[in-house]
Design a protein around this ligand. Structure first.
Ligand SMILES: [Zn+2]
Length: 881
C-alpha cells in the first residue's frame, strides 16, 4: 500500500515534467479557441471515471469538427450497421491533401500493386505521395478505450499547431474508424449508464455487444459477413491499402498496462519479412513515446503471438500492411479498479513474471487503474504511429513498393506457382462465393472462358478459375486456398511437450471450409484468362418446357434458400429419397404450373430448375418446413447462436429464439418440431456453477466478480426443470439438434448411449485446435442428403463419439465418421489414433424423437459452407419412417 502512495505521485510528476519539457501543454491550450474540445462538447474529460461517450453524440462531434477543422477533417458515412447506426470513416490530413485525396489514393494503389508500373513512376509516387495509416477503435465494444480516446486524438490532430502535428498532417492520410462497432458502443454505454451507482455497476453486458456475433467480429475479417466488416475490409483491402494499421483493444486487468507491437512467437510465415520489421519499428517508437510521456507498464514482444487468427490486425500483414494492435488493461467499463501490487502478475508469453525486463522496463506499480489511464496510453500509441510514418514518409512508401514487389517475385518463383479452381465442383454456386470472398480481400482472380490445360496435362473446363501467386497478396492466397499446417516446434509446445494453444484456429483454409476443390499448380499457366472484375452473381435457369415439373440439385447449398423462398410462396416441394432417372437423394421436386414464382426465385438464388423427364411417383417424400426453436441465453450471449441466427435469416429459415422462461413452461412440442442448442458448455446451458460461456483464448477479459454484478433477471440457465422439458420434447417426437460442445449437454443430461472418446485426454495425448479433418459421409441418410461421400469438417477442440451398443441399436445412426488414417488435412492434429474411424455426427433415437449430435463446427462463423447441409437437412422434414 505504502509503495503505491509513494510511487504514484512520482509518475505524475514525471508526466508533468515531460509535457513541460516538450512545451506541449502551452501549445495544446493555445489552439483551443476555434475548435470545440471534447471536454466542452461531451461535458467531461475523455476517460473520466464513470463517463462514456455515446456513439450518436460522437457522430455529432465528428460532424462538428468537420465544420470547424478548416478543411483538415472529412467525415464519410460508410453506411448503416446491422442495427442501422451510422458507420463513420474520419479522414484527417492537410487541406492540400484533402483537395487531392482521390489522386493520392490512386498513387497509393500503384505502390501496393506495382506490377507493370515503371520504377521511375514509383520514385515519383514515393516523392509526391503520402503515407496512409488506418486505425480502428473499440471493435470489441466492451473495450471502451478506443471510442473514448478517438475524440481527443482527433481534436489534437486538427487543433494543435506545432511542427510535429503539421508534419503528420502534411505527410500522412489518416483513416480513422472512430468506432468499429457502433451498435456495441451504444449497447455498452446504455447498459453501463443504467446501472452506474448500483451494485451492478461495471458488470458485463448480459448479451452480445452487436446484433449477431459479439467478440467474433474480429474473426469476420476472413469472409466479411457483417456490414461493419465489409466497410473496413473494402477500405483497407481494396480502396486504400494503407501502409500500417492499428486496432485498439483491451486485455486482462492484472498484467501489463498496455501491450504494443511487435507480436511474440510464433511468427506466421509467408508475409514479407519487412512487415514484421515495420511492426518492431512502429512498436519501438510507440513504447519510446509512452516512456517520454511518463506512462508506465508498456509491454511489447509479449502475450500476443505473430500467428493469430485471421482477424483484421492479423490478416493485414498478408496484405503487406503492418497490421498491429494495442491491448490496454481493462477497467470495469468506466469504473476504476484498485489493484494491490501483489495482484500484478505475469504468466503469459514474454512476461513470465511481473518485473523489469527488456520488453517491459517500466512496470506499473499498482494502485487505482482508470479508464483515463487507458485513454492516455492508447492516444500516445495512436499518435506515435502517425508520427513515425510522418517522419519517415519516403522510406515507408518505398518499402510499401518493396513489400508488394518482393512478395510478387516470391510468388512467381515459389511452388505452387498458382492455384486452379475447376468450374466442375460439387456445389458450383458455393464456388462463386469463394471467388467473391477472394475478391473482397483484393485478391486478383482470373477466369477462363474456354477452359485451359496445365503443362502436366490437367484440363479445366470453361468457366474455371486461376489464381496466380505472382501477385502482392501471395501469402494470403496460400493460407486461404492451400493446405496449411500449424508449426509443431519449440514455440508451440511447453518444454515438457504440452502443446500451447494457438490464439485461434490452426489454419484458415477457406476453400476447405467451403468444400471447394483447389489444385496447386507447380508451373504457371499461360492462357486467355480474363480478370474477374466484380462479384459474381448468377441467375438460375428455368427449363422452358416442364410438363412433369422441375428438379433442383440438392447438392447446392442454395437449394435450401430456394426451397425456403418457394415455401414462402406456398409452393409444395418434394424431396428425392432414392436415386433414379438422373435424380439423387436430396434433390428437390417442384410441380409444374408455378412458373411465375420460380422464375423470380431462380434469378435471386442462381439455382437452376431442370425439367423432369417423367412424373416421379415413387422414391420421394413431401418435404415440409419444420418449426424451429433455438436456445437463447444471457451470460454475455452465445456467439455461435448469433452466427446461426444470422445464417438462418440469410437462408430463409424462420425460427424463434427461446429463452429460459419458455422452456420452463414445457409443452415445447406444441410450438416446435426442431430445437437447437448452438455450441455451448453444459454448465452454461443449465446455469450450474462453473459456467462462464466458452473461453476467448489468451488476452480475453475475465473478472471474478464477487458479489455478482449481473442483475438477477440476466442470470440464465435452464436448470433441472428445463432439462426435463427438453427431455419431454424429444420423448414426444421432437428433434433436438446439438452443435459442438452442446452435444455434451444432450449426452449427459438425456443419458444417451454415446461416449465422447476424447474427453479426459491430456493435450499431450490429443490436441486439435481448429483443423480441417477428413471424414466419410453416409449421404444416403436424409441428414446428409446432398453431401459428397467424403469431405472435410472443421474440428476445434470438438468432441468425437462412440455410439455404445444397446438393445436398441437400430434407433441410432452414424452419419459422419472420421477417416481411418491421414485424418488431418490442414491445421494441427496431435493424437490421430484417438479419433481415426470415430463418429463425428450421429442421430440417436430417444423416445419417439431423436437427438442429432454434430460434434464438429458445422456452421462455424458462417464460413464453413461445405458442411452447412448437415444442419440445414435437420431443419426440413425427413421421409416417414
Ligand atoms: Zn478485443
Amino acid at each position: 500500500m505504502n509503495g503505491i502512495t509513494r510511487r504514484l505521485p512520482v509518475a505524475s510528476v514525471v508526466l508533468a515534467l515531460a509535457l513541460a519539457a516538450s512545451g506541449l501543454t502551452e501549445r495544446v491550450t493555445q489552439a483551443q479557441a476555434q475548435i470545440t474540445s471534447p471536454e466542452k462538447f461531451f461535458g467531461f474529460q475523455m476517460g473520466a471515471d464513470r463517463k462514456l461517450v455515446r456513439w450518436d453524440k460522437a457522430v455529432e462531434y465528428y460532424k462538428l469538427l468537420e465544420k470547424e477543422s478548416g478543411g483538415k477533417l472529412k467525415v464519410v458515412n460508410m453506411g448503416p450497421t446491422e442495427m442501422g447506426n451510422p458507420f463513420l470513416l474520419v479522414i484527417i490530413t492537410s487541406p492540400a491533401n484533402q483537395a487531392r485525396l482521390e489522386q493520392l489514393r490512386q498513387m497509393n494503389l500503384k505502390l501496393s500493386d506495382p506490377r507493370g508500373v515503371p520504377e521511375a513512376e514509383i520514385k515519383r509516387i514515393v516523392a509526391e505521395g503520402k503515407v496512409v495509416i488506418c486505425q480502428t477503435m473499440s471493435m470489441h465494444a466492451s473495450e471502451v478505450g478506443g471510442v473514448n480516446m478517438a475524440p481527443e486524438l482527433t481534436y489534437d490532430l486538427i487543433s494543435r499547431t506545432d511542427a510535429e502535428t503539421q508534419r503528420i498532417l502534411d505527410n500522412v492520410v489518416y483513416l480513422e474508424i472512430p468506432s468499429f462497432n457502433p451498435d456495441g458502443a451504444i449497447m455498452i454505454h446504455d447498459y453501463y449508464m443504467k446501472y452506474v451507482g448500483t451494485e451492478y455497476e461495471g458488470g458485463s453486458l448480459p448479451w452480445l455487444y452487436n446484433k449477431y456475433i459479439g467478440h467474433d467480429n474480429n474473426r469476420d475479417a476472413l469472409t466479411m459477413n457483417m456490414k461493419d466488416s465489409q466497410y473496413v475490409g473494402k477500405l483497407m483491402f481494396v480502396d486504400w491499402k494503407p501502409q500500417a494499421y492499428v486496432d485498439h483493444h483491451h486485455m486482462g486487468t492484472y498484467g501489463a498496462r498496455i501491450f504494443v507491437p511487435p507480436y511474440a512467437e510464433p511468427i506466421r510465415p509467408l508475409a514479407d519479412p519487412q512487415v514484421w520489421r515495420e511492426m518492431q519499428w512502429y512498436g519501438g517508437h510507440i513504447a519510446y513515446k509512452e516512456e517520454e510521456a511518463g506512462l508506465s507498464g508498456v509491454l511489447n514482444t509479449g502475450q500476443y503471438s505473430g500467428w493469430g487468427h485471421f482477424g483484421f490486425h492479423w490478416i493485414t500483414p498478408f496484405h503487406n500492411i503492418a497490421g498491429m494492435l494495442t491491448e490496454s488493461a481493462s477497467v470495469r467499463v468506466a469504473t476504476p479498479i484498485f489493484i494491490d501490487p501483489s495482484q500484478l502478475a505475469g504468466g503469459d508469453r514474454g512476461l513470465e513474471t511481473y518485473k523489469e525486463q527488456m520488453n517491459f522496463p517500466d512496470p506499473w506499480p499498482g494502485g487505482w487503474w482508470t479508464l483515463r489511464g487507458v485513454v492516455e496510453r492508447q492516444k500516445v500509441s495512436a499518435w506515435a504511429t502517425l508520427d513515425l510514418a510522418a517522419r519517415n514518409k519516403d522510406t515507408v512508401l518505398w518499402n510499401a513498393y518493396l513489400k508488394a514487389s518482393r512478395q510478387t517475385e516470391r510468388g512467381a518463383k515459389g511452388k505452387p506457382a498458382a492455384y486452379a479452381i475447376s468450374a466442375n465442383q460439387h456445389d458450383p454456386l458455393t464456388l462463386n462465393k469463394l471467388v467473391n470472398a477472394l475478391l473482397a480481400q483484393g485478391i486478383e482472380v482470373m477466369q477462363s472462358a474456354r477452359g485451359f490445360a496445365t503443362p502436366d496435362g490437367m484440363t479445366y473446363p470453361a468457366g474455371s478459375f486461376y489464381v496466380t501467386l505472382a501477385q502482392p497478396k501471395m501469402g494470403l492466397i496460400r493460407y486461404l486456398l492451400g493446405e496449411t499446417h500449424y508449426p509443431d516446434n519449440e514455440h508451440t509446445r511447453e518444454p515438457d511437450g504440452t502443446p500451447i494453444r494457438p490464439y485461434d484456429m490452426g489454419q484458415d483454409v477457406l476453400a476447405e471450409y467451403m468444400g471447394i476443390r483447389v489444385d496447386p499448380l507447380n508451373e504457371a499457366v499461360k492462357s486467355d484468362f480474363a480478370k474477374v472484375a466484380a462479384q459474381i452473381l448468377t441467375a438460375g435457369k428455368v427449363a422452358a418446357k416442364a410438363p412433369f415439373g422441375y428438379a433442383i440439385d440438392g447438392r447446392l447449398n442454395d437449394s435450401f434458400r430456394t426451397v425456403n423462398l418457394l415455401w414462402d410462396k406456398g409452393v409444395a416441394v418434394r424431396r428425392v429419397d432414392s436415386a433414379a432417372d438422373g435424380l439423387r437423394p436430396g434433390d428437390w421436386l417442384v410441380p409444374a404450373g408455378v412458373e411465375a414464382v420460380i422464375t423470380d426465385v431462380a434469378k435471386r438464388t442462381g439455382v437452376d430448375f431442370a425439367a423432369l423427364k417423367a412424373d416421379v411417383k415413387q422414391g420421394a417424400h413431401e418435404a415440409k418446413r419444420l418449426r424451429i426453436g433455438m436456445y437463447q441465453r444471457y451470460r454475455g450471449g452465445n456467439m455461435d447462436e448469433g452466427w446461426t441466427r444470422w445464417l438462418f435469416e440469410q437462408w430463409g429459415f424462420p425460427f424463434t429464439q427461446v429463452y429460459d422462461a419458455e422452456i420452463l413452461k414445457g409443452s415445447l412440442n406444441a410450438k416446435y418440431d426442431v430445437f437447437i442448442f448452438a455450441d455451448d458448455s453444459t454448465s452454461t446451458i443449465t446455469g450450474e456453477p462453473g459456467g462462464g460461456g466458452r473461453g476467448e483464448g489468451r488476452g480475453g477479459m475475465a473478472f471474478a466478480s464477487v458479489p455478482n454484478t449481473t442483475p438477477p433477471e440476466y442470470r440464465s440457465g435452464i436448470g433441472a426443470e428445463g432439462v426435463n422439458a427438453i427431455k419431454d420434447f424429444v420423448q414426444k417426437g421432437g428433434t433436438l439438434v446439438t452443435l459442438g460442445g452442446a452435444t455434451d449437454f444432450a449426452i449427459t443430461r438425456l443419458g444417451l448411449p454415446v461416449r465422447n472418446v476424447v474427453a479426459g485426454l491430456s493435450t499431450k495425448e490429443f490436441f486439435v485446435p481448429g483443423s480441417t479433418l477428413r471424414v466419410n459421409i453416409d449421404n444416403t441418410n436424409p441428414l446428409a442428403y446432398g453431401m459428397p461421400s467424403e469431405g472435410l469438417v472443421l474440428f476445434h477442440y470438438s468432441p468425437a463419439f462412440d455410439v455404445v451398443a444397446t438393445d436398441f441399436n437400430d434407433r441410432n445412426t452414424i452419419i459422419v465418421r472420421y477417416a481411418d488414417r491421414d485424418v488431418e488435412r490442414s491445421g494441427w492434429l496431435n493424437g490421430e489414433k484417438y479419433i481415426a474411424g470415430k463418429t463425428a455426427m450421429a442421430s440417436i433415437g430417444f423416445g419417439q424423437g431423436k437427438v442429432v449430435l454434430i460434434g464438429f463446427r458445422t456452421q462455424n462463423r458462417a464460413q464453413t459452407h461445405g458442411t452447412y447441409k448437415f444442419l440445414f437437412n435437420a431443419l426440413v422434414s425427413p421421409p416417414a419412417r
